[in-house]
Design a protein around this ligand. Structure first.
Ligand code: MN
Length: 310
């Protein structure tokens, strides 16, 4: 494989294929270089019926999208069911959280054969507004990973707490230092509010702090490359959580009033219509209801404000 490839990693089950399509369309809109997209998935339908893997057909669809812009681009599917069952399925204190077990896939990527030395992990709830090579080409030789700050975590957890929705990974250094192995162990043994993210923050020694523009969680700025539509905490007029994803078009338009990637939505809808038979019937992908998450967050935030001891 030539070195001029941009390596990308998406993780999830087939309920996030819509997100992967939108993210991929936005990547190729601004970058015509060859891409290697690695899709990590697994079949956990034994745990819950809806936990079905991304399949070959869906990968072919993604490949069609990237090949249209560069015929050397490709999409590679990795089934991590066995690795997950061996490493993280049992005695895992964080298996049943408000997230799905698919959050652990990125922590297993060092176990996958033929991974490139440098790869950009991406959540499936983000949209590119600029060239992916700007982030991929960053020099991380001295680091294990590169991430941007977490919008809420930097206030409520610690000033350097980073968001794991966009992670530029140096696989060589990660393997050398066993950082992902340490992160997996931490997830197995310590109950956490944001398991994979906190484990990456804790277990990677050398982290490069990325500028906000590579993982914009609050609103788009002029220089934004990646807008990550992660969960928002709305304080007024009453405190609640808002979690609108890029493929929830009506809510995106009506509540966020965001129209700046309508061209991509239009293309996405056409693709979806043409490929109805391979799209999932329901897009409900999240673990438990947001209320659960909010209760914990409220305890954390209000608890912290009330006793300002630490
Ligand atoms: Mn996300």
């Amino acid at each position: 494989m030539a070195n001029n490839y941009i390596n990308v990693m998406f993780c999830g089950n087939d309920k996030v294929i819509d997100g992967m399509i939108i993210a991929t369309l936005s990547i190729v809109k601004y970058c015509k270089k060859p891409l290697n997209i690695h899709i990590m998935t697994m079949d956990l339908s034994n745990i819950e019926k809806r936990f079905t893997p991304i399949n070959e057909k869906q990968c072919e669809l993604l490949e069609e999208i990237v090949k249209k812009e560069n015929k050397n681009s490709q999409v590679i599917l990795h089934d991590l069911t066995e690795i997950f069952n061996k490493e993280m399925a049992s005695n895992n204190l964080n298996i049943d959280t408000h997230y799905t077990p698919y959050i652990f896939l990125r922590l297993l990527s060092d176990k996958v054969e033929d991974m490139p030395n440098k790869i950009l992990y991406l959540d499936s709830d983000l949209v590119f507004y600029g060239d992916i090579s700007e982030i991929f080409d960053l020099d991380i030789k001295e680091y294990e990973i590169a991430m941007a700050k977490d919008f809420y975590g930097k206030v409520f957890i610690n000033p350097r707490y980073m968001n794991s929705g966009v992670v530029l990974m140096n696989m060589k250094n990660i393997k050398k230092k066993d950082s992902l192995k340490k992160a997996r162990e931490m997830c197995l043994t310590k109950k956490m509010l944001l398991p994979d993210q906190s484990a990456l923050n804790k277990c990677c020694e050398k982290k490069l702090l990325l500028p906000r523009k590579f993982n914009e969680q609050n609103k788009r700025h002029k220089d934004t490359i990646i807008r990550h539509y992660s969960m928002k905490i709305i304080f007024l007029p009453w405190p609640h959580l808002l979690n609108i994803k890029p493929w929830e078009i009506e809510r995106m338009h009506e509540i966020y009033k965001i129209h700046d990637y309508d061209d991509i939505i239009e293309e996405y809808l056409k693709i979806k219509e043409k490929n109805k038979s391979i799209m999932p019937k329901s897009q409900k992908y999240a673990g438990k209801q947001n209320t659960h998450m909010f209760r914990i967050l409220k305890e954390k935030i209000i608890g912290k404000k009330e006793n300002n001891t630490k």
